[in-house]
Write a protein that binds this ligand. Structure first.
Ligand code: ATP
Ligand code: LTN
Length: 332
């Protein structure tokens, strides 16, 4: 093993990947994959905490795998796998649920939001979702977890659980840190800039999807909600729509907010929306084509996820055995 630090992150195959998942997570995964040991997971077990269609989950899982690779994650250099293929995730989740407190889980913002959205299905899995996420991270002794800012609270909970466990049994788990990008950590919906862009959102006009055609992407940007002023300047509180577009343009182009304000000084919102849309289309064009190509190669995808599961299982199994031993479970 080398002495590089370890990264773990995952995305649920609960819908098509959006600009939020790309800028908040995947774009950084690709950059970080050069300098870290990386585990990138498709967290299908998390995706069943809300009602889903089995055939769609299967299709989306494979599509997401193709998209990870097309975005630039090399399956030879990174461990890319499907969560349900490595049973240690479910097993450690059970153990950790005995070290996670009802009170702290009740305070999770995502649980509160998702319970409000799914009033007829507030199941126990939705409640213990962050415990499964803690198991994902802790199994691989991850040092860093690159996520959007909405997931910071969950990574902090994973730290609290790890701390509690280590406090009783000694140094078992590595303490993970969230890695939140400076720009792009919270992309807002284009149709309602007060709300996070979410792949499971029913209002698809507010989202931009990786696999959308350039025409559809441009249309969504052109319809983006702004304000009644005319100046292009960053002011998240009073101009959330324009500020969101500035944030997107900055994350895509690498330009600072100030440089963007100068570039578009005196120009209209229409021009700016088109420029942001074009930048996104240009960034994604080659990725989309590559994803479509990979998606057709089922044998290759199968080889990738099998190899990923094998590598992940080896590391996760070691951690789980250590945990079981500490707990006093009789060895098999
Ligand atoms: P769902 O709607 O099913 O809850 P989601 O769109 O919120 O999904 P996740 O699968 O929960 O996406 O998140 C994948 C990763 O992308 C996480 O690291 C998350 O923090 C990040 N992310 C998701 N949405 C955004 C966003 N709007 N801005 C920045 N990062 C985001
Ligand atoms: N809960 C995350 C997805 C996720 C994750 C993880 C992210 C599941 N397990 C482990 C980082 C590390 C979300 O984005 N909703």
């Amino acid at each position: 093993m080398n002495n590089k630090k370890t990264i773990f992150s995952g995305i649920q195959p609960s819908g098509a990947l959006t600009l939020g998942s790309y800028l908040g997570a995947i774009k950084n995964w690709v950059e970080m994959s050069k300098n870290y040991n990386c585990y990138y997971c498709i967290v299908d077990m998390h995706a069943i905490t809300v009602r889903h269609t089995p055939a769609e989950l299967r299709r989306r899982t494979l599509e997401q795998l193709a998209q990870y690779i097309a975005c630039g994650l090399d399956p030879e250099k990174n461990t890319i796998f499907i969560q349900s293929h490595v049973s240690a995730h479910a097993e450690l989740c059970w153990v950790l649920s005995c070290y996670a407190m009802f009170g702290e889980l009740s305070r999770m913002t995502q649980f509160k939001d998702k319970s409000a959205k799914n009033v007829d299905n507030i199941n126990a899995g939705l409640f213990t979702y962050p415990v499964l996420m803690a198991a994902d991270i802790l199994l691989y002794n991850a040092d860093l977890v690159p996520v959007g800012s909405d997931q910071k609270q969950h990574v902090e909970l994973a730290r609290d659980i790890a701390n509690r466990f280590n406090g009783v049994y000694g140094d078992v788990f590595t303490m993970p840190e969230p890695y939140i990008p400076k720009v792009g950590a919270r992309i807002m919906s284009l149709s309602n800039p007060e709300k996070k862009m979410s792949k499971s959102d029913e209002d698809t006009g507010g989202c931009v999807y990786l696999m959308q055609s350039p025409e559809e992407i441009m249309r969504n940007f052109k319809r983006a909600v702004t304000d009644s002023e005319t100046s292009i300047r960053y002011d998240a509180e009073n101009k959330p729509g324009i500020s969101n577009l500035i944030q997107i343009y900055s994350a895509v182009s690498g330009k600072t907010f100030k440089e963007i304000e100068e570039e578009f000084a005196g120009r209209g919102y229409g021009d700016f929306k088109a420029a942001v849309g074009e930048a996104v289309v240009e960034m994604w064009c080659p990725i989309r084509e590559e994803a479509q190509r990979i998606m057709k190669d089922k044998a290759y995808l199968e080889a990738v996820y099998r190899q990923g599961a094998q590598r992940a299982e080896y590391v996760a199994g070691k951690t789980l055995r250590k945990v079981y031993k500490k707990l006093g479970f009789v060895a098999r």
